[in-house]
Design a protein around this ligand. Sequence first.
Ligand SMILES: Cc1ncc(C[n+]2csc(CCOP(=O)(O)OP(=O)(O)O)c2C)c(N)n1
Length: 298
Amino acid sequence: MIEAVDIYRKMILIRRFEELLLELFSAGKLSGTTHTYVGQEPVAIAVASHLGPGDCVFSNHRCHGHYIAHTGDIEGLLAEIMGRTGGVCGGRGGSQHLHRGNFYSNGIQGGFMPIVVGMALAEKKRARGNVVVAFIGDGTLGEGAVYEALNMAALWSVPLLVVVENNRYAQSTPITLGVAGSIPDRGRCFGLSVGESDGWDVTGLTARFGTLVAQVRNEGRPHMEVVETYRLNAHSKGDDTRATMEVAAFRARDPVEHWGRGLPPGLRAAVDAEVAGRLAETLAAVEAMPLAQLAEVG
Ligand SMILES: Cc1ncc(C[n+]2csc(CCOP(=O)(O)OP(=O)(O)O)c2C)c(N)n1
């Protein structure tokens, strides 16, 4: 069972890492773009707490939280986003295109879903007891490839967990304008088992994903979990068209802040200081690395 303080350490590491990214972006020190996961941290941690090294994770454009929760590798990630040779992909993949071990991310909405099903089918045939997890957003439900993939996943009965992070917006489009009908029904219509969970209930979410990962692993059939959540920051950097009042109401419910308030203040301050120190050291190490050169692309 993951301790409350460890959950906070992981959540605040993701939060502060991304705040640092936004600062670096404003200072002109980042290559490419960056989409932050601010507000959604409990989801990545709840899923990651139940996966082993043989399990496979596919993530999307909003991948930093998933990557840090699964690997803890902030140096490789920061170096990657800053275009340095020590980056997880040599500084050439950038924010959205990460690969380390069994972790993959891709910025094309839904583009990895057919690949994910193929990986899950391979795991089924190898019978090693591994699961494949795919994180997609509500806006990605507009991609046809997602439905072809869900159809095959159900038909072939593969060990796949699809986590739909419903943060209510696809860039600037609210789900009311982009998603007809019910999101859970979109999984049910293919015969997947489907559940819904609350992205603010950190304890409940962690327990829920424990049950789901075990279910997918033991029964070897796909499940789709729709997690209600909210991104507290802009879609990528400054592109936020949401009502200020709405964002403020969700900011008042910030799950990371709320969880931190549940810890003894001294313990929380110690973790905050530890994370700040770790980030400062990481930034210094990354800034000392050489920039990746195009000529190195093989
Ligand atoms: C195939 C494709 N179309 C459009 C885009 C541009 N795009 C990047 S993120 C995004 C919105 C995605 O919304 P959602 O799936 O809800 O994820 P969220 O950003 O809310 O986490 C879009 C349209 C893209 N990356 N890929």
